[in-house]
Design a protein around this ligand. Sequence first.
Ligand code: HEC
Ligand code: HEC
Length: 205
Amino acid sequence: MQTRVRVASLASLVAAAALGAVACGGGVNTNGAATPTPSGTFTPTPTPTGTNTNPTPTPTPTASGTPSDCISGNDWVLGDFGSDWMHPGTDCPTCHATNNGPAFWVAGTVYGADGQIDDCGGVSGVEIDVKDATGTVYPLQSNLWGNFYLKQTDAPGFQTPYTVSLSYNGQTRSMTSSQSTQGCNSCHTVTGANAAPGRILEPGI
Ligand code: HEC
Ligand code: HEC
């Protein structure tokens, strides 16, 4: 109740002030027909000047809470929302096996630099030729977030172990060893696991 009264009196004060301003504008009006002369000065809003001394953007925080050095600028923040672009850099098949994701023979992410953290998007348009134990080559392409995968339903005859060759802009990069683990990123982690050199890198860098 008290608040409402205060608001009401504030409103009338504002109204009174506004009326006062109009009256002041013309001074004391001795002639009913005279047009009041506007008074006061007009102060324009100042335009910002000078240069930005801090042009470096603040790094985007990631799920782990560390600043991201993700060079693609694509940070996956949608969690387990099912998508071709989801969780770049992670071990896709292992999570899918115990959750509701599609079954992959192989899946991974291609990056444009080493050390790129999980959930950071990679490089698109890289061809990944996966040759299975029968000698059949499955040509895959990294998508806009660097991810690639071979669905089990799309390759019913796939046999492990497999070898891999990447090509991009006329350059190639191959894995000389044969592997049987489905998640490329389980070995090609930020620092590299199981003797892998780190991230799967685009050929030519
Ligand atoms: C931590 C768990 C997890 C990880 C890691 C993960 N996914 Fe998924 N993914 C899921 C789940 C759960 C679904 C099903 C979601 C749904 O049905 O909405 C899914 C669904 C998908 C789908 C199907 C989308 C659709 O339209 O139906 C694709 C494609 C996919 N994931 C690709 C990948 C790729 C590629 C990776 C690795 C780079 C990956 N996922 C990593 C949990 C994961
Ligand atoms: C079980 C661990 C493991 C898995 C799974 C794995 N790799 Fe590898 N990868 C390695 C190791 C170890 C090397 C280094 C020796 C070699 O070239 O064979 C390597 C090397 C590579 C290289 C060459 C690296 C370079 O810069 O010369 C590429 C490219 C590659 N892997 C891509 C892939 C792809 C694509 C997949 C999935 C389809 C995959 N790897 C799955 C362990 C693995």
